[in-house]
Design a protein around this ligand. Structure first.
Ligand SMILES: O=P(O)(O)OC[C@H]1O[C@](O)(CO)[C@@H](O)[C@@H]1O
Length: 543
């Protein structure tokens, strides 16, 4: 991939100039001036309708942003990404989660070898295993079928699977799937408290097999399990997903029960691999495959569609526009579906672990902003929580609204109410409410002139708050696959523009290192020298 400082491009300079007028754009005026705006800033693709007309942009903004993609050689970067080039330079790895959703006839090479046959071998293993657990042919050590699954993992080995199983709860079978991630012992003990070891299957997921949280939780659970079950039952009840097969075997998990993954799949992009075993167990392999199929469709859209009509590219460009020119610090993702309640948490890792970098591809500090802060909660709940700040606060928060045309239980009454809110919020954020309207409303309610004078300023909405609406036909495994892949590619595009490495995560290492040392001090009741704050707190903790 090319190493281009985005701020040195002509497009960036043009964007800076253009921003001087664009920062004062009033979207309401832009809509008035251009009756075709809603058509021009809208992409319809398969079952997705993406409206980005309620953004502080015009055709000129879009054209400079598209020139930026040319100058940073985005097209070449996309080719390198899909072709298996080692674009994760600092770890010397390819980034090929997209290969996991390819068809069996694809040919994707890593170190000269086609990896697709191996991907399909593992998929076959996931299929056979999940089908046998679901239909009860694979049984626990006393001959009873499994009723409960516990996924033990953290970060990408937890957030992806838990987000998808929650999102697809409607499609779930009889198995109860639990997730244990935190090293907080209360998490694991609470999770296993009411479980029956005879009917519980444990899926230990750790790409590296060196993560403190996962290994601690797996050991605690194994100890709990072998207090009730014979040692040899571990082989029937524990399976592992990892790229570190030797370490898994040392832990005591049978080689037949190991689902491999590969270096070329990053943890936060791994739900499509055997890391998704708990997804397949929860909703069945057919639905897991549909999820992959949807993601593959988005991959093809991303790879082949001109950037003007390319959903991940347009969303990434908007985010760069707000982040680097408006200096917006965060972005909200608001799914109008309770099923998607873990999507923002999942995206926090995907986006912030990927693009939270301050060193460019030359190893030099960047002098521009990179990764955005992501947050969100489902609508309508979020309307009653933090929307006040989005509407009337001092910060600019571009928000993505995700909604569905159809609900799963087909309760029209509820769905119409939900979606009325979805549409109303983006309209309110766009239109605002001016002082004259507020005053007229108060007058109509017979409020005194004096009271109107006091109250009116608090009731004014400035409007002009940017939103992008993603309206999807229905929440299905396939559409969910498309949605998640959309965000993966948005992350990629932003990383290319910001000239950073999106696929490493060195920033998580220091805390881990210090925790290892501090743990020794805590266990030995012997506090070493630290900064005075840490030292005093450690002593207080041990007293
Ligand atoms: O699957 P592993 O190796 O246990 O790692 C878990 C998580 O830890 C990290 O390495 C750092 O938090 C994530 O990138 C990863 O998803």
């Amino acid at each position: 991939m090319k190493n281009i400082n985005p701020t040195h491009t002509d497009a960036w300079k043009k964007l800076e100039e253009h921003f001087q007028s664009a920062k004062d754009f009033q979207m309401k005026e832009l809509f008035k001036e251009n009756p075709g705006r809603a058509d021009e800033f809208c992409i319809q693709w398969e079952d997705f309708y993406v409206d980005f007309s309620k953004n502080i942009i015009d055709k000129e903004t879009q054209s400079h942003l598209l020139s930026l993609t040319e100058e940073v050689k985005l097209k070449d970067a996309v080719d390198s990404y899909f072709s298996g080039e080692a674009i994760n330079r600092t770890e010397g790895r390819a980034v090929l989660h997209t290969a996991l959703r390819e068809g069996s006839d694809a040919n994707v090479k890593v170190d000269g070898e086609n990896i697709i046959p191996e991907v399909f071998e593992v998929k076959e293993k996931i299929k056979n295993f999940s089908e046998a657990v679901i239909d009860g042919t694979r049984k626990g050590y006393t001959g009873l079928p499994f009723t409960d699954i516990v996924n033990i993992g953290i970060g990408g080995s937890d957030l992806g699977p838990v987000m998808i199983t929650e999102s697809l709860e409607y499609y779930k079978n009889h198995l109860n799937v639990h997730y244990v991630s935190n090293v907080d012992g209360d998490h694991v003990h609470q999770a296993i408290k009411n479980l029956n070891p005879e009917t519980t299957l444990f899926v230990v997921v750790s790409k590296s097999w060196s993560t403190q949280e996962t290994l601690s939780n797996a050991s605690t659970i194994r100890t709990w399990f072998t207090k009730k079950a014979p040692q040899e039952a571990v082989a029937k009840h524990f399976v592992a997903v990892s790229s570190n097969v030797e370490a898994v075997q040392e832990f005591g998990i049978d080689s037949d029960n190991i689902f491999p993954m590969w270096d070329w799949v990053g943890g936060r992009f791994s739900l499509w691999s055997a890391v998704g075993l708990s997804i397949s167990l929860s909703v069945g392999f057919i639905n897991f495959e549909s999820l992959l199929k949807g993601a593959n469709a988005m991959d093809v859209h991303f790879k082949e569609t001109p950037f003007e009509q390319n959903i991940p590219v347009q969303l990434a460009l908007l985010s760069v526009w707000y982040n680097n020119f408006f200096k917006a610090e965060s972005e909200a993702v608001i799914p109008y579906s309770q099923y998607l309640h873990r999507l923002p948490a999942y995206l926090q890792q995907a986006i912030m672990e990927s693009n939270g970098k301050s060193v460019d591809r030359n190893g030099k500090p960047v002098d521009y902003q990179t990764g955005t802060i992501i947050w969100g909660e489902p609508g309508t709940n979020s309307q009653h929580a933090f929307f006040q700040l989005i509407h009337q606060g001092t910060k600019l928060i571009p928000a993505e609204f995700i909604g569905f045309k159809k609900s799963l239980f087909e309760d029209k009454d509820h769905h119409n109410k939900l979606m009325a809110n979805y549409f109303a919020q983006t309209e309110a954020l766009l239109q605002g409410k001016d002082a004259a309207t507020v005053e007229a409303e108060l007058k109509a309610k017979n409020v005194s002139e004096e009271e109107i004078g006091h109250l009116a300023p608090f009731k004014v909405f400035s409007g002009n708050k940017p939103t992008t609406s993603i309206l999807i036909d229905k929440l299905t495994p396939e559409s969910l696959g498309k949605l998640v892949a959309l965000y993966e590619h948005k992350i990629f595009v932003q990383g290319v523009i910001w000239n950073i490495y999106s696929y490493d995560q060195w920033g998580v290492e220091l805390g881990k290192q210090l925790a290892t040392n501090i743990l020794k001090e805590i266990e030995g009741n012997d506090v070493a020298q630290h900064d005075s704050s840490t030292e005093k707190m450690l002593k207080f903790f041990l007293s």
